[in-house]
Design a protein around this ligand. Structure first.
Ligand code: SAM
Ligand code: SF4
Length: 326
């Protein structure tokens, strides 16, 4: 079964957030003081998240990415992942993490059936990394990347949010990781989510990132995978890893959007930058599979043709990526 939206896009990818809490405080993602702690009932239980995942797969979702906040800080995550991995029809189970807990958890994640890890890493310089993450330890994340490979994962894909004047001097170093270590690296345009004072100064376009890489390397375009969605993918000849660019802000990538999101509080979102969201809890408490399927399908059908974030005068409510799952 395929889940085709009103624009003819095949929606095969669910980003499912399991928590909005985190053990880091990246300045572009959440406020210094973190997220206001939610009551126990506000966050979906694993049974409820599982019901959403099963229903989505029944509708045509083939790939689920578990995200957060930091998914690895939620107690019981490994057991939940192994139950998800057993959902018939789910072809791909992936997880996005900041990598801090990978040294301890990589082996059990692999055993649970997680197929791929994406690790967010915005600097290879310990001081810059600590400044961006408000205190994160680079070495712990680098050790985590190695632990993931030892545990049997393919080299994790690295997500880098590029910000002018913060880490843009490292674009070539990250591109070099695709040669030296075999990781694929995905450059993500900074998105104004928290909309911190003077956020415009951080913006740097995907095209400029590519131009900077091209000053040192030849880039050939590569076919992207089945579930890749809106990234443009390249490879330096001879490199094991690829280089992806997500032009969420400057580009018109919405035509290729293949995803739908569900937050840890049970809100389904068709578009990251739309204020539209649907509370799924009436169909979870008590569980109503048919109603849930209907409302998830409606969310997909209601996906806007494109977001308006790059248009003049556009306004959306401030949110933290940790609440939506990036
Ligand atoms: N904690 C995990 C991590 O950092 O990978 C998963 C959740 S995090 C919200 C998911 C992704 O969103 C990360 O790759 C992060 O860099 C990205 N992200 C968060 N805020 C962003 C922003 N303002 N602009 C662009 N990407 C952002
Ligand atoms: Fe935490 Fe990930 Fe947000 Fe950084 S990007 S604060 S690691 S949720």
């Amino acid at each position: 079964m395929q889940l085709i939206d009103s624009q003819g896009r095949n929606i095969n990818y669910l980003r499912l957030s399991v928590t909005d809490r985190c053990n880091m405080r990246c300045f572009y993602c959440m406020p210094k003081e973190g997220i206001v702690k939610k009551g126990h009932d506000a966050v979906l239980s694993y049974e409820e998240l599982q019901l959403i995942a099963e229903t989505a797969v029944g509708l045509g979702i083939e790939k689920i990415r578990i995200t957060g906040g930091e998914p690895l800080v939620r107690a019981g995550i490994v057991g939940f992942l192994s139950r998800l991995a057993g959902i018939p029809g789910l072809r791909h189970l992936a997880l996005t993490t900041n990598g801090l807990l990978l040294t301890r958890m990589a082996a059990e994640l692999h055993e649970a059936g997680v197929q791929r890890l994406n690790v967010s890493l915005d600097s290879l310089n310990a001081g810059t990394f600590a400044a961006i993450t408000r205190g994160g330890d680079l070495k712990t994340v680098l050790d985590g990347l190695e632990a993931a490979e030892r545990a049997g994962f393919p080299p994790p894909k690295i997500n880098v949010v590029i910000m002018r004047g913060v880490n843009d001097a490292e674009i070539l170093d990250f591109a070099g990781m695709t040669l030296a270590r075999g990781n694929s690296v995905r450059f993500i345009e900074y998105m104004p989510a928290v909309k911190e004072e003077g956020w415009q100064r951080y913006c740097i376009s995907g095209d400029e990132i590519l131009e900077r890489i091209a000053t040192r390397h030849t880039l050939e375009q590569v076919d992207k995978g089945q579930y890749a969605g809106p990234s443009r993918d390249f490879r330096i000849p001879g490199a094991h890893g690829s280089i992806g660019i997500i032009t969420a802000v400057s580009g018109h990538f919405c035509g290729e959007c293949n995803r739908v999101r569900v937050t840890s509080t049970g809100h389904a979102k068709g578009c990251l930058f739309s204020d539209e969201k649907t509370d799924l809890t009436p169909w979870l408490r008590p569980p109503d599979r048919e109603g849930l399927a209907r409302v998830l399908r409606d969310t997909v059908m209601g996906k806007p043709e494109r977001h308006n974030i790059s248009r003049d005068g556009y306004k959306h409510s401030n949110f933290t990526m940790a609440q939506v799952g990036g």
